[in-house]
Structure formats: structure tokens, C-alpha cells
Design a protein around this ligand. Sequence first.
Ligand SMILES: [Zn+2]
Length: 198
Amino acid sequence: MPEDATAREWMLAEEAVPIRLMATIWADVAGVHDDLCTADDLDAWLDATAVDRSGQGCTSAELDLARRLRDAVRRLAAQVTGDDREAARSATGDARAAVRDLNEVAAHLPGPRIMLADGVLQCTTSAPGSAVTGALARVAAESIALLGGPDADMLRACRAPGCVLYFVKTHPRREWCSVTCGNRVRAARRYEKVRSVR
Ligand SMILES: [Zn+2]
């Protein structure tokens, strides 16, 4: 298959957008990686997750906003899941500040507003600052629904060694974020078993 220069691999590509946003911080044996370091990264991520931004490219300010949103969602996921994984580095930080950040991004959602013009009340619809902030606001709204809704009970921190990802326990027997983590854990257990019978 010819390699497409724009095709990138993302962690947990089959999951819901808030989970995928959190999974832009991931880890392997080399350490923790961040997939959202440049405005191009954010463009690629929004394309990959099919979050519509009317073809508008991201600015560095929008990258900052996206990273703030991502970090807030990870911080609150840590709160919900009682995450104490050292590698995740998400259980630290101020949860109130994370709540504030998340609400602030969601506030860019277009909505009805009322205004007084020459003594007459008029209805308008607020427009987001840009198509990208509008897109990030929709991601924030989805994240709020996940963290504060019924699915929050099923949110989990993946406990495979070294993993920093979160997932929704969509099946009673689902224990890991991915097949890769499950296989890694099973291989480690087999190794331990072989070692202990020696
Ligand atoms: Zn995992």
C-alpha cells in the first residue's frame, strides 16, 4: 500500500472523540508522547476524528486551546476514575481549574442570545470565534456529557503497566484500553508464571 504522507496513526482510533482527545497523550517503552504539539498536529487530529471545522486551518492560539481542553479532560477523567498511575501524570493539578477550562471551551458553542437594540429585544445566535473554536467547543460538550453523564461510571484508567490511556468499559469483560495492552498484560503474566515454576 502506498504510504500517504498525511496518514497518521492515532491511539484508540475506534473510540469516541473525548477518549481519542485524551489518547493524544500516550506512552510506550520510550516514555510519554504528546501527539498535539503543533497546529499541523491539531489539523491532522481534527481531520482524523472527522470534527468539522469547515476546512479552516488551526492557529497556534487554537492549538493552546485544544491542549488546555485535552489536559482538563484528562485531569477530570483522573478524578472520575480515581487514577493514581504515576506515568499518567494526570491525577495532579487543580480539578477546579480543569472544570473552568472545560466550561470555557464549551462556551464557544453557538447558542441563542438576546440583545437590546434601540429599546427593542432581538434574538440572535452567537457565532464561535472561528470554525476551529466551534469544533473544539463541540468536543468539549461531548467531553462534558461523558464526564458528567451516565457513562462516567464506565470510564476507566487502563492499568496495563506503563499505559496512560483512558477508555469506556463498553463490555463487562473489557479490562484494558486496547488489544495491544491486553496482549502485553497476558504475555507478562505468562512470563511470571513460567518464571515462578522454574
Ligand atoms: Zn492501555
